[in-house]
Ligand binder design. Structure first.
Ligand code: NAD
Length: 473
């Protein structure tokens, strides 16, 4: 067990008060982090404000160099970082490795993004151009499912845009982020990146802080609503990446053997704790029996266990609260007599937050386990008859994050995608995010974007400068 300190104004610091972080695989303490409040937040925000004065004037090339330094620091220490990530988050080593290398890759790729001026008018009377100006000090708040990726996808575009940032990891998963803070302490200019830890109550202090200009938040829809309220006091800019209840639609021409394994991982990667996991899988009636059988057969080959052990495919749920919520949804399905293809038989008394791979056989559309975001290793398979019907069912959700269509007829897939009310739709794959394409939700999955130039723009405001050319002065 080790102590991890916060990064404030270029120094690793603590306040003598500590929060313990548990390993969800065995419920043992793996590390401690500072339990911060208003004082530490004020210090971090003041440092970010001071640093902003110089950082906003740096050239894109200077910023690119710093961000590439972050990417290199993560990559060079990937081995240590992915093991630490598994120990606090629970995900199997291979998936933790993907997250760490993915975060380094994202930083390297996004370091190259620039927002060029746009000329609006250029004639004898006026030259008018729009430039993108960094908003100032950003407050970043992240969840526990992809703690490193989410931290990097907020820190990097903030820096690239010319902003400085105060970032708060989830109290459940702050360790790897703080280790990265230590690694980049001398890579980033003092005060440009500040990382402070604390319980949930630190969140509202950030959203309401008068010297923070923008909030970028990833987390639940319920918290997103509170953030919107908290940020309204001084009309802070906000980007909200919230929950999802993504639908996968499998057309009758899909090859059962080829898609079974991919569909499985679209729901069970990271133990289902992915905002863009397939949480409702609609299968055409002509292939429903064969495909559901193939998915259930594949599920039997996947080991649920401690993510640090070789061979584990699905790790524990990250924290007790979420574990109890997933068990409650499974119990509700049992109480209602829905049919299980796998799972549903867990004795919740052992050590570690393990939930068996749970696949449901065509439960009703209004079952809680279908209508709510499960955020666990649960996959309801649902039978459909016609395309119009399945589009209506897929869209019948308060969420609008992502979705997928599986078919050999990619034109048909695109035609269906265009009718889905979500920010992203994949044809014949899932969860693929590009550093250069915007990612964001519709409806109660949030608004604004991350990734790509659209994501970068969210850290700026447009300033139009117009020169009157035929002025009489
Ligand atoms: P959460 O909303 O409980 O917590 C997220 C963060 O907000 C944590 O750092 C927490 O400490 C902080 N927080 C809690 N209360 C706050 C408040 N009142 N004000 C400000 N901050 C507060 O979410 P979680 O349980 O950590 O994450 C799971 C959720 O995140 C799921 O709903 C999932 O779908 C969503 N998620 C969305 C995306 C996306 O990109 N759309 C990505 C990953 C996760």
């Amino acid at each position: 067990m080790a102590d991890y300190r916060n990064l404030i104004d270029g120094e690793m610091v603590d306040n003598g008060e500590w929060l313990e972080v548990l390993n969800p695989a065995n419920e043992k303490v793996v590390g401690r982090v500072p339990a911060c409040g208003k004082d530490e937040l004020d210090r971090a925000v003041a440092a970010a404000r001071r640093a902003f004065k110089d950082w906003k004037k740096t050239s894109p090339e200077e910023r690119q160099k710093v961000v590439q330094g972050i990417a290199a620091a993560i990559k060079e220490n990937a081995d240590e970082l992915f093991r630490l990530l598994t120990s606090e988050q629970g995900k199997p080593h291979a998936q933790a490795q993907q997250e760490i290398y993915g975060a380094a890759g994202l930083a390297a790729a996004q370091s190259t993004l620039t927002l060029d001026d746009v000329v609006n008018q250029d004639d004898d009377t006026r030259l008018s151009r729009t430039r993108r100006v960094p908003v100032g000090v950003v407050g970043g708040i992240v969840p526990w499912n992809f703690p490193v990726m989410m931290a990097i996808q907020k820190i990097v575009p903030a820096l690239v845009a010319g902003c400085t940032i105060v970032l708060k990891p989830s109290p459940f998963t702050p360790l790897t982020t703080l280790r990265i803070a230590e690694l980049i302490k001398d890579v980033v200019p003092a005060g440009t990146v500040n990382i402070i830890t604390g319980e949930d109550h630190l969140g509202p202090m950030i959203t309401e802080h008068p010297d923070i200009d923008k909030i970028t938040f990833t987390g639940s829809t319920a918290t997103g609503k509170k953030i919107m309220e908290g940020a309204s006091g001084d009309l802070k800019r906000i980007t909200l990446e919230l929950g999802g209840n993504d639908a996968s639609i499998v057309l009758p021409d899909a090859d059962v053997e080829k898609v079974a394994e991919q569909l499985f991982w679209s729901s069970f990667s990271n133990a289902g704790q992915v905002c863009i996991a397939a949480k409702r899988v609609y299968i055409h009636k002509d292939i429903y029996d064969d495909l559901s059988k193939a998915i259930a057969e594949y599920a039997k080959t996947v080991v649920v266990g401690d993510g640090s052990q070789q061979g584990t495919g699905v790790g524990p749920i990250q924290n007790k609260k979420q574990y109890e919520r997933v068990l409650e949804l499974i119990q509700d399905a049992k109480d209602n007599g829905y049919k299980f293809l796998t799972g549903g038989d867990k004795d919740p008394s052992g050590t570690g937050y393990y939930v068996p791979i749970t696949i449901l056989d065509n439960p009703p559309e209004d079952a809680r386990i279908v209508a709510e975001e499960q955020f666990g290793p649960v996959m309801p398979l649902l039978k459909f008859d016609s395309i119009d019907e399945v589009i209506e069912r897929a869209n019948n959700s308060e969420y609008g994050l992502a979705g997928a269509v599986w078919t050999k007829d990619t034109d048909k897939g695109v035609e269906i995608a265009e009718q889905l009310e979500t920010g992203t739709v994949w044809i014949n794959e899932f969860m693929h995010l590009s550093p250069f394409s915007p990612f964001g939700g519709h409806k109660q999955s949030g608004f604004g974007a991350e990734y790509g130039l659209d994501g970068l723009k969210e850290f700026t405001y447009p300033q139009v400068i117009t020169v009157k050319r035929d002025a009489a002065v």
